[in-house]
Design a protein around this ligand. Sequence first.
Ligand code: CTP
Length: 403
Amino acid sequence: MKVVLGVSGGIAAYKACELLRLFTESGHEVRVVPTREALKFVGAPTWAALSGNPVSAEVWDDVHEVPHVRIGKGADLVVVAPATADVLARAAHGLAGDLLTNTLLTATCPVVFAPAMHTEMWQHPATRANVATLRERGAVVIDPAVGRLTGADTGPGRLPDPAEIFQVCLRVLRGRPLDLAGRRIVVSAGGTREAIDPVRFIGNRSSGLQGYALARTAVARGAEVTLVAANVTLPDPAGAKIVRVESTADLRDAVLEASAGADAVVMAAAVADFRPATRQGSKIKKTDGEPEPIRLAKNPDILAELGERRRAAGAARAGAEGSGVIVGFAAETDDVLANGQAKLARKGCDLLVVNQVGEGLAFGTPDNAATVLVAGGEPVEVPFGPKEDLADAVWDLVAARLS
Ligand code: CTP
């Protein structure tokens, strides 16, 4: 695909180099169109070397090729990252003083803006109005991240992680909707560990891959995501708020807190059903004779509790106590569908993603196949494929229930 990467004059311009790499390494042809101000932060040779294409901020270079029209008309996607308050204003008002703004006026393809600026500029009524105008015209404007800005100050205005911008762009390129925009979603991932003593635990084989795929795809569909991660060693998915936990008790606290008022909660974590009844304060030593048996106590069922809370709140939708759509996962080795149907009813969730595990299936692998059981509806089969595809199938069903 042909991508135009517009870069405007903010300190975050250097992060656009990474975005450029993500595009080129996945086989896209990228033409970088910086503003004059962007070139004060990162020079044209950097953009030219990384993209393999000529770079200019002006309409007066290579005029015989009519670049001010050709670049925009030939693009499959234009992404402006970082987009300053100035470039948003010029785009909203249709000004055309340089090659980037000419390109924005001639592009008929989707346009994504990733703004980055100081909080005051982002919140100024002029910028708010310009963003609203651009969104009304169909442009995707990604809300900036919250965090450290150029100086000592912090707040909304940071350029989101290039990987997050890239995911949104891929989604737009594939024509997928941002149908979770404005939704608050909680995903649990990984597997809980129950301490036996300070060095040993009871745990399970969950890698967190499916939960992380769910978080990543929800961010790419526009959601605000809290990811409660139990003992996962994968790289953080961009754009999600991560809460790290170890035990089932920690996971329960984090999920219940994050799910108050959420639009959807997806329990992809493998939760230990039992924990040692007592945790030894010191390392258990090897002794002669028979070892002491480990007595187990039952853990709370978090998914069932979410369903119970929602029922108690009498809310079919998000409320102060209840959560919105509730999704469970069930890994089964035998009688997969029958066990799944019984679990869906028992736990009071809306969707239950059932898959067969064991013998190299599902755990730690990048691919998965599953059946999504739907309360009051027909099951949906998701064929064997990347965990991202299964995640998208889940979000399709969640988005349908939310709308
Ligand atoms: N789950 C939970 N709390 C638990 C156990 C499980 O919230 N204590 C959630 C999991 O995150 C998953 C779903 O319930 O979304 C089903 O998990 P599973 O282990 O298959 O269910 P169990 O109730 O433990 O049933 P089983 O008898 O098959 O172990």
